[in-house]
Design a protein around this ligand. Structure first.
Ligand SMILES: *Cc1c(COP(=O)(O)O)cnc(C)c1O
Length: 423
């Protein structure tokens, strides 16, 4: 049986695609190690880790086993009034690994929902204090997910805000950090946020930000001092700081969590993507006892959220196995090694006329073109070269599994050079 591409074209929506002009899709039959295996047998080196998630690669024995073992007990039970060891074990791990103040965990089913939960926590916190506040502050170029509240704090450009105008909540935005990760820090970088908060802090419940790396909103990598200054500003005005580490968590930037680059503790932390090693959809929102207890001493008396698949045992079991595997691996050396190789392998692109910038942090490598690339065309060229790289707009980027070999990573870097050299 071959994969019915025609049915796919006619009936399936893929992320951000048209039903009128569907982009070509490549039928993948299986995946193994750091390779995707297409139906026709071609093997593609995976540069995307399935959107940050597959940090250990595919068909990982320990993770397969964790799912199978859990499957033989139960795949799901409701979380209302019931609990189970996989969820408890996961929360123990998350509490132990994340900043010390974060002691209360809400497990949900996807990153966007984890952000909704974080925003709700902040709203309920101020409600309970008898000082209701309905605004959030953030920086431009952010991305926090596709649900409505998450969209409302994502970058206002790019169509989404315009598109849903009148329904989408309006929040406060200021310019994104400009100082790059390894540039000398310039204190003026925090000025736009300082001005915004000075003016509006009385109506703001929280500031939400992706620490150090802005992902889908532009793959921008900024200076840790910005986060420190932001933490200080939030403290000054008594505002909550929400760190969205859905993309950056679990080692991607070279630290287990990107907040560690700035040694700050957020009040609320969102995790997802790499949480299950890319096996299943799962996310978590963590907060402090103080915030949790304040929320629950309010009128509502409870935290008002409870998804059907909350705490899904299969997903929790594989998350536990993934975290154990990560912590028992030399992940930090691997990520440093990938960083060094990306720096070397992508630097050559800077000599090309079509390229505006190259930037690297941890296991993230970004090549920014001067003009947006033709996705269908460039994707086909990458597939011909035996690599899976999915650009968006002007950005061609890599975030491979940490287990990628030198030869595989070399293949990814040189494919980018070759394809961009032909443009
Ligand atoms: C991907 C992402 C989300 C949304 O997660 P989903 O699982 O796609 O809903 C939120 N925030 C950041 C920073 C992300 O990278």
């Amino acid at each position: 049986m071959s994969i019915d591409l025609q049915f796919d074209q006619q009936h399936l929506w893929h992320p951000y695609t048209s039903s009128l002009k569907p982009l070509p899709c490549y039928p993948v039959a299986s995946a193994e190690g750091c390779e995707l295996i297409l139906e026709d047998g071609r093997r593609l080196v995976d540069g995307m880790a399935s959107w940050w998630a597959c940090i250990h690669g595919y068909q990982v024995a320990q993770l397969d086993q964790a799912v199978q073992q859990q499957l033989s007990k139960m795949s799901h039970v409701m979380f209302g009034g019931l609990t189970h060891q996989p969820a408890i074990d996961l929360c123990k791990k998350l509490v132990a690994l994340t900043p010390e103040n974060l002691q209360q965990v809400f497990i949900s089913d996807s990153g966007s929902v984890a952000v909704e939960v974080a925003l709700k926590m902040a709203l309920q916190y101020w409600q309970a204090k008898g000082e209701p506040r309905a605004k959030f502050a953030t920086v431009r170029n952010g991305y926090h997910g596709d649900t409505f509240a998450a969209m409302s704090v994502s970058d206002p450009q790019g169509g989404m805000h315009q598109l849903y105008q009148g329904f989408l909540a309006e929040h406060f935005f200021c310019d994104a950090p400009q100082t790059r990760f390894d540039e000398p820090w310039n204190n003026a970088d925090i000025s736009p946020m300082k001005t915004l908060l000075a003016e509006h802090h009385r109506s703001i419940a929280a500031v939400i930000i992706e620490p150090i790396v802005q992902g889908a909103g532009g793959m921008r990598i900024y200076h840790p001092e910005y986060l420190k200054a932001l933490r200080a500003l939030c403290d000054e005005y008594g505002l909550l700081l929400i760190a969205d580490e859905i993309a950056t968590g679990f080692g991607r930037t070279g630290k287990l969590f990107a907040c560690e680059h700035a040694q700050i503790q957020p009040d609320i932390l969102c995790l997802g993507k790499g949480l299950t090693g890319g096996y299943m959809s799962l996310a978590a929102t963590l907060t402090s006892k103080h915030i949790a207890h304040t929320i629950c001493s309010g009128d509502a008396g409870v935290f008002m959220h409870g998804p059907t698949f909350m705490g899904n045992p299969l997903a929790c079991a594989v998350a536990n196995a993934s975290i154990e595997l990560l912590l028992n691996s030399p992940w930090q050396q691997r990520v440093e090694h990938i960083q060094a190789q990306l720096n070397q392998g992508l630097a050559t692109c800077l000599s090309l006329d079509s390229i505006a910038d190259v930037r690297v942090l941890g296991a993230i490598g970004v090549v920014e073109a001067k003009r947006p690339v033709d996705l269908a065309q460039i994707q086909a060229k990458f597939v011909e070269l035996g690599v899976w790289i999915r650009p968006f707009g002007k950005l061609i980027y890599l975030m491979p599994p940490y287990t990628i070999s030198d030869a595989q990573l070399e293949r990814l870097c040189s494919a980018i050079y070759r394809v961009m050299a032909e443009l």
